[in-house]
Design a protein around this ligand. Structure first.
Ligand SMILES: NC(=O)C1=CN([C@@H]2O[C@H](COP(=O)(O)OP(=O)(O)OC[C@H]3O[C@@H](n4cnc5c(N)ncnc54)[C@H](OP(=O)(O)O)[C@@H]3O)[C@@H](O)[C@H]2O)[C@@H](O)CC1
Ligand SMILES: Nc1ncnc2c1ncn2[C@@H]1O[C@H](COP(=O)(O)OP(=O)(O)O)[C@@H](O)[C@H]1O
Ligand SMILES: [K+]
Length: 496
């Protein structure tokens, strides 16, 4: 897992590395800007393009000045520097690098809020105004400058973080941060890069290694980690040679209505393709033919009006909700299910809506139940939220209070564990923004639970593999039923 750091933990990591490696802050900055320039040059190789470097007077501005110097040394012929003198303080890294830029006779202009330069001739702007030192929303001249640069229509490459965009915490008005075409960020992505509010700030980000101490970083607890391929590979187990279907658990899927039988088909199929030994679906009578034709491997239990919940003892893990409806019959079955206290449970879609109307049911959920809400389902359960930071904090609070695993689905899905820690899943693709995708995820989750993975591990594996399958369709559209077919091969690739 990759431990993500807050801005203040990053500063501590900088200090620790400086002491540990017996280098100066200037050396570390030089390593950082060298790493930045390698990526920048690979992306913008034309040495004749007009590059305008906007620098603040802190260390982010120091980086900008050093970048201008390195680019000139690399043969870039049209580099100019603009300095925003709106803060009184001048960081050491800024002062040192300003002297070096001046001695190379790189053109430097000091900005005034009375009028900012026309950048219509610039090929690319480099944003080194403010970095992780941001400690309040932008106002005054800063605000005007950021709006001017955003309105220039030129590509903007931000150093470390777009100016005005906080590394963590609530994100303010999109007018008040740089809208970067590319962010080249130091050492680790910042926590807020994974929040939906980053969409305006960051079209793309690349992370460059600047040599911060890895042991120090992994000893930090920001509450947020990023799921890595290595962590998934360590966790995912191959099928054993002497195993049989009983080894891999039996899932019960409580899903589907006449009109939404497809949801039951998708999650049953996902359970099969993810490797559950047996899959049983509790479905309406008029869905039986579809189930038998589509997935002959799945055992059916027919649900008619007034049917009680099947005896749950023989099932290793249970999923309820996809396409299930929220009528009285559905409510009665969800109540029976929760009262029966199943050991391993996934609740999705309509089951979540039923829970949101009956807070007592929410209180009765067995520990380690996995809930898989998208944003609207989450807010129905736990109240409306103005921004994602608050939403994730609420998820942390409820996951700890009720010992739940909450899978808050999005471009980057947040997996909130019963200890309040947040794992962020990096895989996925807009190809997955189609109906039925969540049903597949829920089916994958119940399958992995039945195979013996713990609830948190299940959430991590299911979201990661689901996203890997979707990423295969990058640039296209992926119908949910097609994604299911990719699951076995993606699992194989992670195991071997
Ligand atoms: N540490 C290292 O060794 C390395 C650091 N590196 C680089 O340093 C960057 C962090 O630099 P930094 O800490 O100097 O802060 P920076 O972002 O330049 O801001 C300057 C000052 O602006 C101020 N300020 C805050 N909010 C404001 C607002 N809304 N409106 C106006 N002003 C505002 C605030 O000052 P204050 O308000 O406290 O007076 C703040 O101190 C980091 O992103 C990376 O690029 C790399 O080189 C690797 C090595
Ligand atoms: N743009 C995207 N990038 C990455 N993943 C996505 C994207 N859009 C959707 N997904 C994934 O697809 C799934 C959609 O789930 P959900 O909204 O519940 O769908 P449905 O209700 O149609 O089954 C989630 O796992 C989500 O993470
Ligand atoms: K910046």
């Amino acid at each position: 897992m990759m431990h993500l750091l807050t801005a203040s933990q990053t500063r501590q990591a900088d200090q620790y590395t400086i002491q540990q490696r017996k280098i100066s802050a200037d050396d570390l900055m030089e390593d950082a800007v060298n790493a930045f320039c390698r990526t920048f040059i690979a992306t913008f190789p034309d040495k004749h393009q007009f590059i305008s470097v906007y620098c603040g007077t802190g260390n982010n501005g120091g980086d900008g000045l050093a970048i201008a110097r390195l680019l000139v040394r690399e043969g870039y012929q049209q580099v100019t520097v603009k300095i925003a003198p709106f803060n009184r303080s001048r960081a050491e890294g800024f002062r040192l690098n300003l002297g070096r830029v001046e001695s190379l006779r790189i053109p430097v202009t000091e900005l005034s809020a009375d009028g900012f330069p026309d950048e219509s001739q610039a090929t690319v702007l480099i944003d080194a105004l403010l970095g992780s030192g941001l400690n309040k929303p932008l106002t005054g001249s800063w605000q005007l400058l950021v709006r001017h640069l955003n309105n220039s229509g030129r590509p903007i490459v931000s150093v470390d973080i777009p100016t005005g965009f906080p590394a963590e915490g609530p994100v303010g008005d999109p007018e008040d941060f740089i809208h970067a075409t590319l962010v080249i960020t130091f050492q680790l992505p910042k926590i807020n890069f994974f929040f939906p509010e980053s969409e305006k700030a960051i079209a793309e980000f690349k992370v460059v290694d600047i040599g911060l101490d890895p042991e120090f970083i992994s000893g930090q607890q920001s509450g947020f980690t990023l799921v890595t391929d290595a962590a998934v590979r360590t966790l995912l187990q191959p099928r054993r040679p002497f195993s049989h279907k009983g080894t891999y658990g039996h899932t019960l899927i409580i899903a589907g209505k006449s009109e939404t039988m497809g949801a039951a088909l998708l999650c049953s199929e996902a359970s099969l393709f993810t490797g559950a030994g047996l899959t049983t679906a509790f479905v309406p009578r008029d869905g039986l033919t579809a189930l038998n034709v589509r997935s002959p491997e799945v055992i059916a239990i027919i649900r008619i009006a007034g049917s009680p919940l099947p005896k749950i003892d023989k099932y290793t893990a249970i999923l309820a909700g996809p396409g299930f409806g929220t009528d009285q019959e559905a409510i009665a079955i969800i109540r029976q299910l929760i009262d029966a206290r199943p050991g391993k449970l996934v609740l999705d879609a309509d089951a979540l809506t039923i829970l949101s109307k009956d807070p007592q049911l929410l209180d009765k959920l067995p520990a380690e139940t996995i809930l898989t809400p998208h944003m609207k389902e989450f807010d129905r359960l736990f109240g409306a939220h103005e921004h994602w930071w608050a939403r994730v904090q609420t998820a942390r609070k409820y996951a700890s209070l009720k010992r739940l695993v909450i899978v808050l689905k999005n471009r980057y899905t947040f997996i909130i564990l019963p200890d309040g820690q947040v794992m962020i899943n990096p895989t996925g693709s807009p190809a997955m923004a189609t109906g039925g995708m969540g049903d597949v995820l829920a089916g994958m989750a119940v399958s992995l639970l039945a195979q013996g993975y713990a609830a948190g591990e299940t959430a991590m594996l299911a979201t990661y593999i689901h996203g890997l399958c979707g990423a295969q369709y990058e640039g296209m559209v992926c119908p949910a039923a097609e994604l299911v077919k990719l699951i076995p091969a993606k699992m194989k690739a992670l195991i071997h």
